[in-house]
Write a protein of this length. Structure first.
Length: 227
């Protein structure tokens, strides 16, 4: 188990990355496939969770999916949350990707403790998807975000560019993603695909691929009702 100070340090590093400070290539090497594998496990958790019926029933409507296997939320007086995420998108009748990002948000208030959440966000609109093609965007600002309905009998006509679901552990009940800065991770995309690429190359043109993502893409295809 990581200590509270280690969690806080990790959150600080992620926040710095989202504000423009990126890890070196040496630090990034070897980590992308780990995140892809973790994202596959997170997606499996959600599609098998009886409390996530709305997500399961509406997955087929999504233009893209953001998956963050671990979002760390930590704080005493100054708090925040952060983590790495990836995106896969539906293009030309198939799912392509992933493209890598960081996520970070900061808050000030009376709080204590550390929690870890995993997150799946359905990108429901072209506006939300187009936000992912830029260098960075803010959830709730550039694209609207709403918490998805949870529960076996959850029914809702909720409308937003992004509809987010989190499974939280620890002392916090979940993660509020409104105001979260999503920042493109150029170094991770370059490391994973072997050359500099932009999200449009990965998620729209499908110009690059990595066989290490095959299992994740198959899982997303299945969750969306494909074969």
């Amino acid at each position: 188990m990581k200590t509270i100070m280690q969690r806080l340090a990790a959150t600080t590093m992620i926040a710095a990355a989202a504000l423009g400070f990126t890890a070196t290539s040496a630090q990034a090497q070897g980590d992308q496939q780990v995140l892809v594998n973790q994202a596959d496990a997170t997606l499996t958790n959600f599609v098998n969770d009886p409390e996530m019926k709305w997500l399961q029933q509406n997955f087929s409507r999504a233009r893209a999916v953001i998956i963050a296997p671990e979002i760390v939320k930590a704080g005493f007086i100054f708090g925040g949350s952060g983590g790495r995420a990836l995106v896969v998108a539906r293009e030309g009748g198939k799912w392509v990707g992933p493209s890598f990002y960081t996520m970070a948000t900061a808050s000030v208030g009376f709080q204590a403790g550390v929690s870890v959440s995993e997150m799946v966000t359905l990108v429901m609109t072209e506006k939300g998807f187009n936000s992912l093609l830029s260098a960075n965007f803010k959830m709730g600002g550039d694209a609207s975000v709403a918490a998805g309905p949870v529960g076996a009998g959850a029914k809702s006509d909720i409308a937003a560019d992004l509809i987010s679901f989190t499974r939280a552990k620890g002392v916090y009940g979940g993660i509020n993603l409104d105001g979260t800065l999503v920042n493109l991770s150029d170094e991770w995309n370059k490391a994973y695909f072997g050359k500099p690429v932009q999200p449009i190359d990965i998620l729209v043109k499908g110009a690059v691929s990595n066989k290490g993502a095959a299992k994740l893409l198959a899982a997303v295809t299945k969750a969306a009702g494909g074969k």
